[in-house]
Design a protein around this ligand. Sequence first.
Ligand code: BTN
Length: 328
Amino acid sequence: MKINRIRLKIIELLNQFQGKFISGEEISNQLNVSRTTISNYINELRNLGYIIESRTKQGYRLVKTPDKIIPEEIFRGLNTEIIGQTVFCFDTIKSTNEKAKILAEEEVPSGTLVIAERQQEGRGRRGKKWFSPDGGLWFSLILRPEFSPEKAPFLTIIAALAIKKVLNKYDIKPFAKWPNDILLKGKKVSGVLTELSAEIDQIKYAVIGIGINVNQKKLPEDIKDIAVSLKQFTGKKTNRIKLLQEILCVFEKYYYQLQENKEKEIITMWKKELNILNKEVKIKANNNVYQGKAVDISDGGALIIEDRKGKRHTFWSGEASLVKNQAE
Ligand code: BTN
């Protein structure tokens, strides 16, 4: 489902009237379409889950907006210039990253958002599955950056930074776990999967896939000890559309910084957020395990660890864990 301008305007008008009635005639005058068309759209909205009361001579009144991923709801109140300005919404999809890559080949604009209520084959990093039932936020952004592929690791960093920054506002204390996880009390609440189509000197497109466990009441047995939802953590339901809009807005701000070559500022922010710097860590990468002190983030965004012999190793990706018996 894509944004439909008439449906959007009707939703906006119903909301402007905030629970009061607006006549079909007024809606039809404002939109310059027939009353029958309005009535058809109202029925369509009802089918989507909107509760809209209608009364003869008074018109329509919005009673309730559904807790659903609807393109017009994402668009309303989205304070961005490019990110999320084109939206593709799905109820069920295999993977939003996979769909985003297909769409990216079809020349959709940079900033396009692909989002679904649920994924049947959600993908995590390193070929892992990503459990994506109803209630979470599962989305991918298609970007066509003009900078060189060397800067691509920053796309994952700014996504993680944006998620962390927004979650900070939700009365919780998330941790950023290198390279791209957001944790709540040691359990994963969100992850980022960046996929790139590039030539040596040029990025054709990047797909930034973001998964956030939001309103799931329970997680399956096999991940319940390592993952958590916001709902489980705060006890409260979170408005997913608002959370998404906030993340897109902060992401865009960082994306512009990246385009303006402000990597230094991004690294400074990243270093403040990471939970492993100056700690003894184990990094699993390329079928090896390295142990050492996480000493720095390089100018290019890689993690640098120093082993016992003082030798430095650089990692662009991998799986990091803190060596036990250290203060968090
Ligand atoms: C990770 O392993 O931490 C990355 C998880 C990324 C999951 C998201 S959900 C939306 C997008 N579509 C996918 O198939 N994966 C990403």
